[in-house]
Design a protein around this ligand. Structure first.
Ligand code: KIV
Ligand code: ZN
Length: 548
């Protein structure tokens, strides 16, 4: 299917988001949603999104009505820079932020990447905990004050909207953190974010920490206080909520809770907590809750990170009732055992159905309903792929179309692609596979292998054809929808020269989906290994503090 874009077309403006209260952006009870799926989330092991995939996620985040998209860490690599710049140029609505350590090169690069956004933000940070200052920065508290002062001042000269984070704040001396926060506000920071970087805080302690900061820095009332909590002890959402009760009006979170180590506070949980308990808490967000399920599926699909079945809000069992007593209650009156309606997060919204007799016009309309604008040649390619699937599958649903369109994005990087495969499988002989793989130079190379199973034989034949020693780390198969003819979706994680990378594939044929996923993972792995060789590792140590 051809590349799809979610830009609103000039003739058909994007409908106004139906969030809790989009127009009340400056209401003191409005909690801003700062999404860091593309930055902190993308730092999860094995995730390697290309620029087209990041753009697609950013467009969907805008559709869901988040207030800020942290699009990446522009100094980290040319690919990160390009993705942040494309998002800044193409995504309308949210503020677009780029992350920068507190040093001139980082701030400069972040400023350049977000410059073309309607509302650009630079987010700069430096640690205030002694553990980080001594061991990682190998600096002094005075150095940290100087770095905070200089980086916020530099960022403010580039953009009006500057966020400052004292990293590892919850393990730092609150008095020293307050001094650094005051410096950042004096230099013009407009948002102060207090990270629980290692997920160590507990809710009451975090709330008291923020209350103490308010006492020590009265100017904190003139800027937006933000919370950024990690989930190492499973408390990220509880801590974020405690922060909101203490006065924070921005929550940093990630779709499906992905992020460093155990991840970040999960966006869908924060949004639905405030939405469901609004009558009691009286706080609200501008998020369009009906877009949550689709955003979760998109992120899971493109990152290759599955959502656990019992995950709050977006897990496939989050609204399922197993016990007879519960089923009986729900049948009589939904509210007996349900505090939210599945439709309010966009679940059970798979009504749209196309079949093999549906035409180009119907496909285009269906894609538009899903938010994809596809015209001209792109529509022709999309139609061909749709027909291929519709020939094998009786009904093509909204979920199938979503999976196919997402799959198309994966081919937009220069890499290897699976041209064809043959597998001989039998219970009496080891399976044998032969594959044809197109290399980035356009040449088709062949390889064969006799493996332990048909999937193993295909994967190893791909290694033989490309000459790349990729090691399989994970392999997963899911069905996009129910039913015997469901599309199969596979996810593969490989390791290439010490770099792990993921790839996904969708097809009515599981073996084909597995082969596609493997070559994509292998392409991502080769790209990551090359970047790792070319770039200095990103460290928390500010370059100007480097030993002479
Ligand atoms: O966890 C953290 O401290 C961060 C900062 C960069 C805000 O991600
Ligand atoms: Zn973080």
């Amino acid at each position: 299917m051809a590349a799809a874009s979610r830009e609103p077309s000039p003739k058909k403006p994007r409908p106004k988001p139906q969030g809790d209260d989009r127009d009340m952006e400056h209401d003191p009870n409005r909690v801003l949603i700062f999404d860091t799926t593309l930055r902190d989330g993308e730092q999860s092991p094995g995730i390697s999104l290309n620029a087209a995939e990041k753009l697609e996620i950013a467009q969907q985040l805008a559709r869901m009505g988040v207030d800020v998209i942290e699009a990446g860490f522009p100094i980290a690599s040319p690919g990160d820079f390009e993705a942040v710049q494309r998002i800044a140029r193409e995504v309308r609505g949210p503020i677009i932020a780029g992350l920068a350590r507190a040093n001139p090169a980082d701030v400069e690069r972040a400023g350049e990447a977000v410059r073309d956004a309607d509302r650009p933000r630079i987010h700069t940070f430096v640690s205030t905990s002694d553990i980080h200052i001594e061991h990682q920065l190998q600096a002094t508290r005075d150095d940290v004050k100087g770095l905070a002062r200089a980086s916020v001042a530099q960022a403010r000269a580039l953009v009006e909207d500057v966020e400052f984070s004292p990293m590892d704040a919850t393990r730092a001396d609150v008095e020293f953190t307050a001094e650094v926060v005051q410096i950042a506000i004096d230099e013009g920071a407009t948002t102060i974010n207090i990270p629980d970087t290692v997920g160590y805080a507990i809710p009451d302690e975090y709330r008291r920490y923020l209350q103490r900061l308010y006492e020590l820095v009265p100017d904190l009332r003139n800027v937006v206080l933000s919370v950024h909590c990690h989930d190492d002890l499973g408390l990220a959402v509880a801590n974020s909520f405690a922060g909101v009760l203490a006065g924070a009006r921005q929550v940093e979170c990630a779709v499906n809770g992905i992020g460093e180590r155990a991840g970040n506070a999960s966006l869908e949980e924060i949004v639905m907590l405030l939405h469901t308990r609004r009558p009691d808490i009286r706080l609200f967000t501008g998020a369009v809750t009906g877009e949550i399920a689709r955003t979760s599926r998109l992120v899971s699909r493109l990152t290759g990170y599955p959502v656990q079945p019992n995950k709050a809000i977006v897990g496939r069992n989050a609204f399922a009732h197993e016990s007879g007593i519960h089923q009986d209650g729900v049948l009589k009156e939904r509210s007996t055992y349900e505090i939210m309606d599945a439709r309010s997060v966009g679940l059970e919204d798979n009504q749209l159905v196309l079949g093999k007799h549906s035409g180009r016009h119907a496909l285009r309309q269906a894609l538009e309903e899903l938010g994809f604008e596809v015209d001209g040649q792109a529509l022709n390619v999309a139609f061909k792929k749709f027909k291929d699937v519709a020939d094998k599958k009786k009904q093509v649903t909204a979920m199938d179309l979503e999976a196919l369109v997402t799959d198309e994005l994966r081919d937009q990087v220069q890499g290897y692609s699976l041209e064809w495969f043959d597998v001989e499988a039998s219970s009496r002989r080891p399976p044998h596979a032969t594959v044809g793989v197109r290399t980035p130079d356009g040449e088709v190379v062949q390889g064969s292998f006799t493996g332990d199973g048909p999937v193993d034989a295909i994967f190893r034949a791909i290694n033989t054809a490309t000459g790349i020693d990729a090691r399989l780390r994970e392999f997963r198969v899911d069905a996009v929808t129910g039913g015997e003819d469901a599309l199969g979706e596979t996810s593969v994680v490989v390791e290439v020269s010490g770099q792990s990378a993921a790839g996904q594939g969708v097809s009515t044929d599981i073996l084909e989906a597995a082969g596609q996923a493997y070559v994509r993972a292998l392409s991502n792995g080769v790209r990551r290994a090359r970047i790792a060789r070319e770039l200095e590792p990103i460290s928390g140590r500010a370059p100007e503090l480097a030993a002479p």
